[in-house]
Design a protein around this ligand. Structure first.
Ligand code: NAD
Length: 385
């Protein structure tokens, strides 16, 4: 279906983190089609429009009326069905922002249609489905990019650089605390967050684990214990689409992570904490401590306390921060995938996302089977930005 408006604006290149003007944009822009027109959709559109190498062509939703409403809201001129989007030769990259339960099926349909795919986290609702997606990307020769992309931002890059420079010596331990604000108070229909593929571990855990793997490398062993705080959640969002949700996944988890480097981590991931005084991420080394901000954003203070210094020092960002209004926007990972089509350097990869998913699903396995789970996959640390 074709409408009337087109609100494209361009400010940044598809080369992640490099500011450009529109005049510097010399090559053909990469065409993007967005599948899934729900809560996060406007933040993807706004976020992708910052990258001059990306051209959002159209959107689609399983519910046609949602696609039409969302397209009109953001000034997109073309919307329609998923089939129409996948048949459109102007779409090079399909951005899959459907709920986790259909991530794998939608991603594989797009790969089969010859599209490169960027999919929201988690890569799939189960590890076997994720393995099938990776195999399909390999078989079709298409590229796969996977959220989250916040580890590409200035805060994680600054922390990683500090570690690589040896500012805290050898990393020994890490703590990560995810005490999430309650989605049932702000999401119009947070049902998927309490069903398989959701929960704090698979929904928010990928942010934390992607940062930890970027800073410390892959994980080799996991021990975990999980529980459910409330079997039923009351949705209080103004204008909500549902009133209550039956919870089917763990909403509180504690885990011990043993990294291949030898560092040991303690992680808590919860949708059951009303309030806390906990840090987001701290990394403890033989020479000092690094404190990192909330990994669901791109920027924030990275603080260093060396054993021989009096106080904490704020580290200068090693890449330019985006700014406070852009912390919740998405699209940097799509630009990473688009850039990789010509440079072959890609950071938010399927291999990283698969490893992260294996680690996160191991927490539930460990809890259920009361054992240490050995992680079979590994991945390289993504290249510094
Ligand atoms: N909402 C957020 O703040 C947020 C932030 C970051 C990432 N995400 C991730 O983005 C994804 C979507 O989240 P959301 O909050 O926008 O969800 P949502 O439920 O609000 O929207 C999902 C949309 O996908 C559509 N859909 C469902 N099945 C489909 C199919 N088979 N084909 C096409 N469309 C289909 C639904 O009709 C709906 O419009 C999730 O993976 C989530 O983890 C969400």
């Amino acid at each position: 279906m074709v409408g009337g408006l087109d609100g494209e604006k361009h400010g940044l290149s598809s080369t992640v983190g490099r500011k450009m003007t529109g005049d510097e944009d010399d090559g053909r822009r990469v065409g993007v089609g967005v599948i899934g027109c729900g809560d996060v959709f406007p933040r993807y559109i706004q976020g992708m429009r910052r990258f001059s190498g990306l051209h959002v062509v159209r959107c689609a939703d399983i519910e046609g009326s949602r696609a039409e409403r969302a397209a009109k809201q953001v000034g997109l001129s073309v919307w329609g069905s998923v089939e129409e989007l996948l048949a459109d030769p102007a779409v090079d990259i399909a951005v899959n922002i459907t709920p986790p339960s259909v991530h794998a099926a939608v991603t594989m349909a797009a790969l089969d249609a010859g599209k490169h795919v960027y999919v929201e986290k988690p890569l799939a609702a189960t590890l076997p489905d994720a393995a099938e997606v990776l195999a399909r990307a390999e078989a079709t020769g298409r590229r796969l990019g996977v959220a989250p992309d916040t580890f590409l931002g200035s805060a994680c890059q600054t922390a990683r650089s500090a570690i690589d420079q040896g500012l805290i010596g050898r990393p020994v331990g890490v703590t990560a605390f995810l005490t999430h604000n309650r989605a049932e108070s702000w999401h119009p229909d947070p049902t998927f967050l309490f069903k398989p593929g959701g929960g704090p571990v698979l929904d928010m855990g990928p942010y934390y684990l992607s940062w930890l793997v970027t800073c410390l490398g892959p994980v080799m062993e996991v021990t975990g214990a999980t529980t459910i705080g409330s079997r039923r959640r009351q949705v209080t969002t103004p204008g909500r689409l549902v009133d209550t949700i039956d919870v089917e996944v763990a909403t509180h988890a504690s885990a011990v992570l043993r990294f291949g480097s030898g560092a040991v981590g303690t992680a808590m991931m919860s949708f059951d904490v009303w309030d806390a005084h906990l840090p987001s991420i701290e990394i403890y080394g033989t020479q000092g401590t690094l404190s990192l901000p909330d990994p669901s954003g791109f920027d924030g203070d990275v603080l260093l306390k060396r054993w021989d210094s009096e106080g904490w020092r704020l580290l200068a960002p090693v890449t330019p921060p985006d700014g406070p209004d852009e912390q919740r926007l998405r699209g940097r990972g799509v630009a990473d995938l688009a850039a990789s089509l010509s440079t072959s350097v890609q950071r938010a990869t399927g291999a990283l996302a698969y490893h992260v998913l294996e680690v996160l699903t191991a927490i539930e396995t460990s809890s259920r089977e009361r054992r240490v789970v050995v992680i079979e996959s590994t991945c390289d640390r993504p290249e510094p930005v």
